[in-house]
Ligand binder design. Structure first.
Ligand code: G3I
Length: 438
């Protein structure tokens, strides 16, 4: 009896251990994969004081658990694809409707996501009561002020950055687009007025000008630069420029994009990639180039000191605007129609990971007139130079923050010929090797 029982027990435990092994082998990678993606892109971005976001459409947010779960797991920033636009928020002259927008704003707030407000003043998605109405210039200005003030007051404290004016450029010789209600009724000054109304409505919000094809050094970008430079010079409250970047998989980051980012930085403006999607031909063969474009655009923004965020224009290919607007193109985002991560997702994750894990390296140091300059690689705008084991007040070079750090006044003061030991600590804690400066 006893042996029979033992046999049965042995057989049972053998079976049990076999099943456990099988499960670990089968589900292990999935669990690990879930564990790996449990962190999501946002956890990497947060280590870098960086924001990776997505445009949210209200219908899938309401109806699809996978949509919500993907947003919660992967992104620390968000923007409404349509729910914050004039036609959605202000459907009648005396009526505002915040229902859909509040759903997105509350979701973002509950999930610790920085929220971008898109967009207050645009020539598109205006309701008929505006475009068909007859307004004097003064009435149009009052209408714009009322819209901006009401909307920004409603979202005060919930919106991180606003696209105050969107796509005002024509892109040809005449800088400003003239087929705009706002241009036609108010004149070119509508842009300055919009920013002034916005600052008055929410002094804490970051105020952006947002446009497409504004990332290189071409004509349209020149018009955008001239616009924001003139606004800054007039004292207009503007804080940043958004590059939409609705691009295809032939796009290549080059030196012009850095030049453009730097000239905006020199105006004291921050930069965000605000609507990134990388469309590919939907001819049945997945793009082999899309991942590299996502990786390079993210790396570009992660290594430009004034670039704050990369916002994707959607979550999944299932709900992208691209196929309807670019026939024959699609698959532009990083999750496929079944919410599976695509190679572009891994490329984005690697870009974020690399931007975090590369330790700082000191290659040279020079000391003159009481100022110590440290050059090297993988520095960060928040890196700290240590001298003989003491952290110093460190400034990253505005133009070359990842390669040049300066200490204006060493503490304690060091004699010009004194040998000192230097090392650099990055915000992610990574340390350089000690550099002996003699
Ligand atoms: O809300 C109506 C709905 O009531 C109606 O039944 C339906 C019938 O077509 O249309 C719905 O409106 C659509 C709207 O999206 C909301 O879904 C419009 O037709 C459609 O044209 C509109 O497209 C949006 C487009 O802006 C409008 O220009 C896209 O979803 C949106 O992704 C796109 O986003 C813009 C940015 O705001 C600015 N930068 C360019 C970017 C891509 O165009």
């Amino acid at each position: 009896m006893y042996f029979a029982l033992m046999n049965r027990w042995m057989r049972a435990t053998t079976w049990l251990s076999f099943l456990i092994t099988l499960a670990a082998g089968t589900f292990g990678p999935l669990i690990r994969q879930q564990a790996q993606t449990k962190e999501g892109l946002q956890a990497l971005a947060a280590q870098r004081d960086f924001y990776i976001g997505a445009a949210i459409a209200v219908d899938p947010l309401r109806r699809e658990p996978s949509y919500r779960e993907t947003l919660q797991r992967e992104f620390n920033a968000a923007v409404a694809e349509n729910a914050f636009k004039f036609d959605a928020l202000h459907p009648a002259r005396d009526r505002y409707d915040f229902k859909d927008a509040d759903l997105i704003a509350d979701f973002a707030q509950r999930n610790g996501m920085k929220l971008r407000g898109h967009t207050l003043v645009w020539h598109k998605q205006l309701p008929a009561w505006v475009t068909n109405g007859s307004f004097t210039r003064a009435e149009a200005i009052a209408l714009m002020r009322d819209h901006i003030t009401t909307v920004m007051t409603h979202f005060r404290g919930k919106v991180w950055a606003w696209d105050v004016v969107n796509e005002a450029m024509e892109g040809k010789d005449e800088p400003l687009r003239t087929d705009s209600f706002w241009y036609q009724k108010i004149g070119p000054d509508y842009i300055r007025l919009a920013f002034e109304f916005a600052r008055a409505a929410d002094p804490d919000a970051i105020l952006y000008y947002n446009d497409f094809d504004a990332e290189d050094m071409g004509t349209r970008s020149k018009h955008v630069y001239n616009l924001v430079r003139d606004l800054k010079q007039r004292g207009t409250p503007i804080d940043g420029v958004g590059w939409q970047m609705h691009i295809d998989d032939n796009f290549k980051i080059n030196g012009d994009h850095r030049k453009n980012a730097r000239r905006l930085g020199e105006l004291g403006l921050e930069l965000s990639i605000t609507e990134l999607d990388v469309r590919t031909k939907t001819d049945g063969t997945p793009s082999a180039k899309q991942s590299a474009v996502y990786r390079d655009v993210a790396t570009f923004c992660l290594t430009e000191p004034n670039c704050r965020a990369v916002i994707l224009w959607g979550v999944t290919d299932k709900h992208s605007w691209v196929p309807a607007f670019f026939p024959g193109y699609g698959d532009a985002l990083i999750f496929d129609a079944d919410y599976r991560p695509k190679p572009a997702y891994a490329a984005l994750r690697d870009a974020l990971q690399t931007a975090i894990t590369a330790p700082p390296i000191i290659t040279a140091a020079s000391f003159a007139a009481g100022k110590l300059t440290v050059t090297g690689q993988n520095f960060d705008r928040k890196s700290v130079v240590w001298i003989n084991g003491k952290p110093q007040k460190t400034e990253a070079d505005k133009a070359q923050p990842t390669t040049k750090l300066t200490i204006k006044k060493a503490d304690p003061a060091i004699a010009p010929s004194q040998a000192v030991k230097l090392h650099v600590q990055n915000p992610d804690g990574k340390l350089s090797r000690v550099f002996d400066y003699k």
